[in-house]
Write a protein that binds this ligand. Structure first.
Ligand SMILES: Cc1ncc(COP(=O)(O)O)c(C=O)c1O
Length: 421
């Protein structure tokens, strides 16, 4: 890997990158430490707090992508052999992250791909009702609306406000909707707007009691909040790799509870969804057939050539996350937010973070003081080296393992004061 700029001069940014690459190549070198951002040389903002949006890739992620790209550049199609190993490792790591078996995990292009796969493949009957949440990220709404159009379903929206008040109030509202009959409930594990961690196990139990299935969009939880799909009792879980999992766009996962696979009608199946799909390409004549059965597990949704570079990125990043441990990451980010929250409140922001610590993710979203335009605040913070997002007009602070309150907080608070002046 070179470290020269386009004119052939050594670039300081590239030197930092190469130094970090050399560093992690040494077996004794620490790979990742909570609060240490030395694996992110060249990252512009002094406080990068948008991991709920898009995360910057670490050196190991950059290196994994470049190495695979190099294999394509030097060997062409032979690089596909390397991707098979990446996919097997990635599936195993995603299964550990989700608390399920590797065979129950499909590699996808991202969260929406997983939602679409189930929305279009579910064994719907005309008139079935789908329960959705008012205030959800649209990725977990549009595919269900399309399914409603295509299969003659009814969508029912229930508000998130009761869940924000208390888990009991929320579960009461859900049960009311379930009593009127529902085939499926689709919810985000962590709400993108408020950061609220939903009571998923209780929701799954309620669904089961009323004969409905539970679909979970877990993209704001995976990598930030300890998650166990089997313990929760979720039927389907979808997620993507470029937020808290710190890969790049184009790779994700879909868990399908094994008991549910047989009933699905895999509408997104493709040539790689069959048993033994590639023998006709590698074993000579006589293997080209169209009648091979579809695979009887979640991987039936792995239908085509996929985002190998994004999968290599996610594999590398997940290695770091699993080594650090998701409970440790969650605690680390919340120590950061524990210190940030009173500083925001003292400046007139109103925090949406759950009072009940067991309902917290790694997101702190705050309504700006009256009369303050969130777009101007975001831009002013960016000028001071603090990167945040403003989903639906809230300022959203989303620290991940490389953030460090001791290093960053004074700067964030000074940036808030500057932004408010
Ligand atoms: C809850 C939730 N689901 C889905 C997405 C995005 O989905 P995709 O990565 O498929 O575009 C987001 C992005 O912010 C999100 O917050």
């Amino acid at each position: 890997m070179g470290c020269l700029d386009p004119r052939g001069r050594a670039s300081p940014r590239r030197r930092g990158y190469d130094a970090a690459v050399t560093d992690i190549a040494r077996p004794s070198a620490p790979i990742a430490r909570l609060g240490d951002r030395s694996l992110f040389p060249g990252l512009g903002p002094a406080a990068y707090l948008n991991h709920a949006g898009v995360s910057p890739p670490s050196v190991p992620v950059r290196r994994a992508v470049l190495e695979l790209l190099e294999a394509y550049a030097t060997t062409g199609g032979h690089a596909v052999v390397a991707t098979l190993g990446v996919r097997a490792r990635l599936r195993e790591k995603l299964a550990r992250l989700l608390g399920v078996r590797p065979v129950d995990v499909a590699l996808t292009f991202g969260t929406t791909h997983g939602v679409q796969a189930i929305a279009l493949s579910f064994p719907w009957l005309r008139g079935d009702r789908v329960v959705l949440f008012d205030g959800e990220f649209p990725a977990n709404v549009t595919p269900w609306q399309r399914a409603a159009e295509l299969f003659g379903l009814e969508t029912v929206f229930i508000p998130l406000a009761p869940f924000e008040a208390s888990a009991d109030a929320g579960l009461g509202a859900l049960e009311e909707a379930l009593r009127r009959g529902a085939r499926l409930v689709a919810v985000s594990a962590v709400q993108f707007r408020s950061g609220l961690l939903m009571p998923l196990a209780e929701m799954a139990a309620l669904c089961a009691r009323h004969g409905a299935e539970l679909f979970v969009d877990a993209v704001q939880a995976l990598g930030a909040v300890p998650f166990d799909a089997a313990r929760i009792g979720a039927d389907y879980v979808a997620g993507g790799g470029h937020k808290w999992l710190m890969g790049v766009e184009g790779a994700g996962a879909l868990y399908v509870r094994p008991e549910r696979v047989a009933a699905l009608r895999p509408a997104l199946a493709g040539w790689l969804s069959h048993e033994d799909p590639v023998s006709f390409l590698i074993e000579g004549a006589g293997h080209l057939r169209y009648d091979r059965p579809l695979r009887p597990d979640a991987s039936v949704f792995e239908a085509s050539s996929t985002g190998a570079l994004a999968q290599a990125a996610l594999d590398a990043s997940l290695g770091l996350l699993l080594e650090l441990g998701i409970p440790a990451i969650h605690a680390h980010a919340n120590r950061y937010l524990d210190r940030l929250e009173p500083a925001l409140q003292a400046r007139g922001f109103s925090s949406h973070r759950a009072r009940d610590a067991s309902r917290r993710s790694c997101i702190l979203a705050a309504t700006p003081p009256p009369g303050r335009d969130p777009r101007r605040l975001r831009d002013a913070l960016a000028r001071e080296g603090v990167a945040v997002a403003i989903p639906d007009g809230l300022l959203r602070f989303a620290p991940q393992w490389p953030n460090d309150a001791d290093r960053e907080l004074d700067r964030v608070v000074a940036a808030l004061d500057a932004a408010l002046r």
